[in-house]
Structure formats: structure tokens, C-alpha cells
Design a protein around this ligand. Structure first.
Ligand SMILES: [Zn+2]
Length: 386
């Protein structure tokens, strides 16, 4: 049985937004899963193959990017760039969730083609983890002509996400509603493009259209990248219970105004954070960390709450067995500290001060996949592998 003991932790961010900070200084991992979390003295006799002395730093769940436009492999044709997934892993993101393989050159738009693409992307990412990152690939793009049996077949073959509704030919609530019902019968999580037109071929989507379609997630309420009016977001908060996504490649003013509204309305458990890259805005390795920064430094949302939005909230909505530091969950973890030179004394106070934290180590399923990020500033204190 492989085992890793992480001890001497300064702060543990749980990922559970109801209780964002956990008491304790240690986490025990066995066979890739979290076995124990709490005070080391309460663990009893512990023998671990590897011990990581955290040196007083902060441990959080691995970040989950709720909105990534992967294709196949670690390459994006949107910006002709390779290695973007591994770059994001160096920004603390251990899971990327596809919002639709829409950037594939020559993407098929007939029912057989979209179905095949979703199944292929889902199965290939199940076998391939770029740099160690988990990619939930294969988010079917809704095109006219798909029937109930198609959703059943896709679900049987591992597809569990409906990519942003609105990117394909199905754009109206009338066309989308039956497919949403079939997808939900198949236990899929359904995303819907919200807001202004992003790229040629996508369309402007109002709150009313989103509510009529009834997805699980109103994608990028702060725009992709053009936002709808702020009143539209208020409607989604008041008149629906769907998840509300804030993305990096959106409108930053509306991101902050929406964050303030979500805190005021006490709906932070519905908020998730995505990058929405690769996109016209580019490839953004630190996008998720930067949204955490924006929300925690410019609104009343605390850094630990913002981290929970990018971890446990997203895992809950996508039914993933990770994103929370709790016994039995997959041991995807980030060790971070204040970056060198920050006014913050630890990761959380640095984030509150608007600084991107220094990612010192990333673990996926209990294995170290990043030992010192190549993309964040260096952490002030470093964990030591014993
Ligand atoms: Zn979109």
C-alpha cells in the first residue's frame, strides 16, 4: 500500500464552502486517496513511505477549472499551442473540465460526428493525463438531429458532460429542452453559454433563455467574453438554483460585481470558477488563481471561500470524487505559500492582498506531479520531502 504523510501544515483549506478551514496540521494519503486529515497526534501509529514536511505552508484541494476548451492531447488549435494543460497544472489546476471540443479544426456537426467526437475525447483523456492533470474531456456539443438514444449511447461510453449549449446549432430553449431532459436522464452535467456573442458562430443568450433551457450551470455569467447586463445575473440568482460560473476570460467588472451580489445573496455555494481558455483571450495558466485573487481581494469573499468555489463546489456539481479534503476522496492537493516579496504572511493573506500565491507542490492521486511551479512566483517557504 503506497502512503504519503503530509505534516507540519500551517492551514488546511477544506474545499467545503460551509466549513472552508479545517482544524489540523496533517493529511495521510493511502493508495491515492485521503485516509486521514486532522492533528498528527490523533493519527496514532503512522508509517508512510514518503513524508512531506510542509514547513507551515497552506494545503488546498487541487483546483478544478470548470471551463476549459480542450480538444485532444495537450494541444489547442485555437492558439496553435502545445502544453497548455501542463502549464495550467503549474497554476495549481489538477482537473480541467471540458466545456466542449469546439476548437477542433473541421469539427463535425452532424449527430454521428458530434457523438463520435465526445466519445473519443472522453475516452482518450481517460487514458492520458498531461503532466499528471486530470481532464474530464468529451463534452458533447448539441447539434440538431441528436435523439434520446444518442445520449444513452454516449453516457454508456463515458460521456458525462453537455458542453456549452449555444455553441452548436441548438440555440433556442425550444430546441434544447428535450435534449436537456435526455441528458439529465443519463446523469450528465449540463452547461449553457450565457451572455454575449463570443466568437463567430456563437450567440447572445439572455437569463430568460437560460432559465427556460434549465441547464445545471449558467456558464460564464460574467461573459464569454462580453457580459449581459448585471440585471440578467440578478434574475439567475433570484429565479433559479443553477450553478453560476465566473471565468477569467470574461468581463472583470461584472466578475467583481457578481461576486459582491453572490456574497450579499448568500449563494456562494452555487458559484464555480473557470478559465474559459484556450480562447481568443489566449492560454492562461494562472487564470483560475487570478479569478480567486480578484474575488478575494476586491469583494467581501474570503480567500478560503474563493478556493472552495474552484474546488468543492465544482466537484459537487460535476459529481467528481475530489475537490474536498476528506477521508475517501482522491488525493489531489496543492501546497502553496505567500509568494516571495508579498505583504501576505501566508497563502491566504497574500491572496487577500491581491497577490497570486506561490505554488510549491502539486499532488494528483497522492503522487507529486509538480515540485515548484514554473508559472507562479516562488513560494516564500518550501515543503521538504523526507
Ligand atoms: Zn461560452
Amino acid at each position: 500500500m503506497s502512503s504519503v504523510l503530509i505534516n507540519n501544515i500551517g492551514t488546511i483549506v477544506s474545499g467545503d464552502i460551509q466549513h472552508p478551514i479545517l482544524e489540523g496540521n496533517a493529511i495521510l494519503i493511502q493508495d491515492g486517496k485521503i485516509a486521514k486529515v486532522g492533528k498528527l497526534e490523533d493519527f496514532g501509529q503512522v508509517t508512510a513511505e514518503t513524508t512531506i514536511d510542509c514547513n507551515g505552508t497552506t494545503v488546498t484541494p487541487g483546483l478544478i477549472d470548470s471551463h476549459c476548451h480542450t480538444i485532444l492531447g495537450d494541444y489547442t488549435s485555437r492558439q496553435n499551442q502545445s502544453g497548455f494543460i501542463e502549464s495550467e497544472l503549474h497554476g495549481g489546476v489538477t482537473t480541467m473540465i471540458s466545456a466542449g471540443e469546439v476548437h477542433l479544426k473541421g469539427r463535425p456537426k452532424d449527430p454521428a460526428g458530434v457523438k463520435a467526437l465526445a466519445i473519443l475525447a472522453s475516452k482518450s483523456f481517460a487514458n492520458f493525463r498531461p503532466g499528471g492533470a486530470k481532464v474530464e474531456g468529451g463534452a458533447v456539443i448539441l447539434e440538431k438531429g441528436l435523439v434520446r438514444e444518442d445520449f444513452m449511447e454516449m453516457a454508456k461510453e463515458g460521456v458525462h458532460i453537455v458542453g456549452e449549449i449555444g455553441l452548436g446549432s441548438v440555440k433556442t430553449p425550444e430546441d434544447a429542452s428535450p435534449m436537456v431532459k435526455w441528458a439529465r436522464e443519463c446523469n450528465m452535467t449540463i452547461m449553457m453559454h450565457t451572455g454575449g456573442t463570443s466568437i463567430p458562430g456563437s450567440s447572445t443568450v439572455t437569463a430568460e433563455m437560460v432559465m427556460q433551457t434549465n441547464p445545471d450551470i449558467a456558464s460564464h455569467v460574467n461573459g464569454g467574453p462580453t457580459a449581459v447586463s448585471f440585471e440578467e445575473i440578478e434574475k439567475l440568482v433570484e429565479n433559479s438554483d443553477m450553478a453560476l460560473e465566473i471565468v477569467h476570460c470574461g468581463n472583470p467588472l461584472i466578475a467583481v460585481k457578481a461576486g459582491k451580489l453572490f456574497a450579499e445573496k448568500d449563494v456562494l455555494d452555487r458559484v464555480i470558477i473557470g478559465n474559459d481558455a484556450p480562447s481568443g483571450t489566449g492560454v492562461v495558466p494562472l487564470g483560475v488563481l487570478r479569478v480567486i485573487n480578484h474575488l478575494a481581494s476586491l469583494t467581501s469573499i474570503t480567500p478560503e471561500q474563493a478556493i472552495c468555489m474552484a474546488t468543492g463546489n465544482t466537484a459537487r456539481i460535476h459529481k467528481l470524487h475530489r475537490g474536498v479534503i476528506e477521508a475517501g476522496k482522491e488525493a489531489d492537493l496543492v501546497i502553496m505559500d505567500s509568494p516571495m516579496g508579498s505583504v501576505g504572511k501566508d497563502a491566504l493573506s497574500a491572496i487577500k492582498a491581491g497577490d497570486v500565491p506561490g505554488v510549491a507542490m502539486v499532488l494528483v492521486d497522492g503522487k507529486i506531479v509538480v515540485n515548484t511551479s514554473r508559472n507562479t512566483p516562488p513560494a516564500t517557504r518550501k515543503p521538504i520531502i523526507l
